[in-house]
Design a protein around this ligand. Sequence first.
Ligand SMILES: Cc1ncc(COP(=O)(O)O)c(C=O)c1O
Length: 402
Amino acid sequence: MPYDFTTIYDRHGKDALAVEGLGKPGFAPPTPKNGFSAIPMWVADMNFATVPTIPAAIIARASHPLYGYFLTPDAYYDAIIGWQRDRNGVEGLTKDAIGYENGVLGGVASALGCLAAPGDAVLLHSPTYIGFTHTLEDNGYRIVHSPLVQDENGTWRMDYADMDRKCKENHIHAAIFCSPHNPCGRVWERWEIEKAMDVYRENGVTVISDEIWSDIILGGHKHIPTQSVSEDARQRTIALYAPSKTFNLAGLIGSYHIIYNKTLRDRVAARSEKTHYNEMNVLSMHALLGAYTPEGRAWVDELCAVLTENVDYACRYIAEHFPGVRVAKPEGTYLLFLDCTDWCAAHGKTIDEVEQAGWDVGVAWQDGRMFHGPCAVRMNLALPKSLVVEAFERLDKYVFNA
Ligand SMILES: Cc1ncc(COP(=O)(O)O)c(C=O)c1O
C-alpha cells in the first residue's frame, strides 16, 4: 500500500465542517456527551489525506506569488479527456464538450434553468440526496419522486413504469439521474441505464446525470457513463463530474460538465455564464491537474480497495450483531443507508432515539429522513478502518445492544 489510509488526522482548527460543524444549527449532528470523541460519519467528505500530487501541484503554483487573471490551459482539458478515457472508457471526448461548473449542484441549477421554468415538475428518484432537494426547492421547481424499490435480494431498482407514468402525468421534461446513487450506493448496470433512458426518450425528458461519485466504485462493480449507453443518451444528457468527491477537494470547488449536444451545451453555458459567478479558481484548476495524474489513478484504486474493506466490514458487522437493521450493501460511494424500521419496531424505539443514542457516544451519523428514508440513518465510511471499527463497537455497546 504506497499511500496512507490509516493515519487519523485531527481536523480541528482546519475549517472542517465534518468536525467544527457538529452541534451547529442546520443539519449537523449534535456534539457527543463528555468522554466520547466525535467520529465524523455525516457530511460526504473523507477523513483521508488526498494524493500528494495535489498539494504538490497547488504549492508549486502558489509559490509563484502572482495570482492574476488566468487562462485555462489545454492541459486542463487534456487531463479530463485522459481521465474519462482511462477510468470510464470514454472515447471521442473533445475540449468543446467540457465546461467548468462551480460545483456540481451549481451545474444542476444552471442546467435546470434552461430546461424548466419555476413551478415545473422535475423527476428524481427517492431516496434522494438532500442537495438535490434544496437546489430544486430553492429555485422553485416542483419535485416529483419516483421511489426506488428493493427487489427480493434487497437491491435498489428503478421502477420504470412509475417513472413513465409520472413523466406523463406531470408533463415532465427534465430529470436528475444520480449515478452512482447517493444515498443507496447503486452502481447502475448498463441495462438499467438503458431502460431509464428509454423512458426519458419516450417522454422527451432531458437528463441531468450527476456522476460525481463515478470514481468511487467498490469491488467488482463498474461505472457506466449515462452518455455511453446510446447515441440518443449521448445527445439527451448533461453529465456532471468533479474531482472533489474522489480526491476530497470539496473545499476547493471545481466541477465540470460534459455535454455533446451543441444546442444543449450553448443553453447551459448561456445560463451559467450570464451569472458571472461561474469562474474557475487557479488553485482548484491546479488541484485537478495534480489529481488526474498516474499517481491519482493509483491512489483512487487504493482508496476504492480501502473503502470496499470498510463497507464489507460494516455490512458483515450489521448482519452479525444488529438484527432488524437492514442495509443494501453499496456498490459505489462510501455511504451506508441503514433502515432501522424492523429494529425500532422490535425494541419499541423511535428513529430519533436511535440517532440520539449514536450521537451521544460520538457516532456522528446522519438522519436519513432528510434523504427520504422514513426510519433510516446515513453513515459515511470514508475513515481509517480503525475509526470505523470503533464506531461499530460503540453502536453495539451503546445503541443496538445496549
Ligand atoms: C450526488 C451528489 N451531487 C453533488 C454533490 C455536491 O457537489 P458539489 O459540492 O460539487 O456541489 C454531492 C455531495 O455530497 C453529491 O453526493
